[in-house]
Design a binder for this molecule. Sequence first.
Ligand SMILES: [Zn+2]
Length: 190
Amino acid sequence: MIEGSIQPEAKRLYHVLLRIVADQSETLGAFPEVSDAHAAGNLDAFGALVDAGLIRHDSETGLVTAVLPFVSGDPATLVMLDGDEEQQRRAASIPDAFALAPLLDRSVRIDDACPTCGGLVTVLTNPDRIGSKQPRSAVATRLSDGNVRLACSPEHAQDALNASGDGEAVMISIESLLISAHEAYAAVLP
Ligand SMILES: [Zn+2]
């Protein structure tokens, strides 16, 4: 969840940085350097984004390490912009990955392995709706610590919940993840 309100100049800089990461030709490529970030906006706007938790940077190397939902390292959720395997990026988590389609106004594929059987679960998200789910029975699990996984079926989601020993873990729909992402990133949606 984004902390505080985001001023227009900071929001503009955020989208510049988000686009740099989204549009880079190299899959899983480098993030913008802080000097680039400053050139694209101004120090106040950059600082506001850091304070809001939207940007993380290494003050020693000057490298931006995250433009949420994008992050540069592991662990991370792999996403594919436009569903294109040549356009892989890393998102901070599955809930964060669902914000990418509305933020970028393009479709984004999110993959996970079912926590019970290990089978591939793929969701294609559009800015305002879920495009497709594979398998169609896919749902999600959310543990009390906020960790979310995609499961191939309600049965396997229930098995994962039982195995977690987490009394507050719940099964949620894929659609609810897109709604939650809209809420979490409302301050910077276009
Ligand atoms: Zn499964």
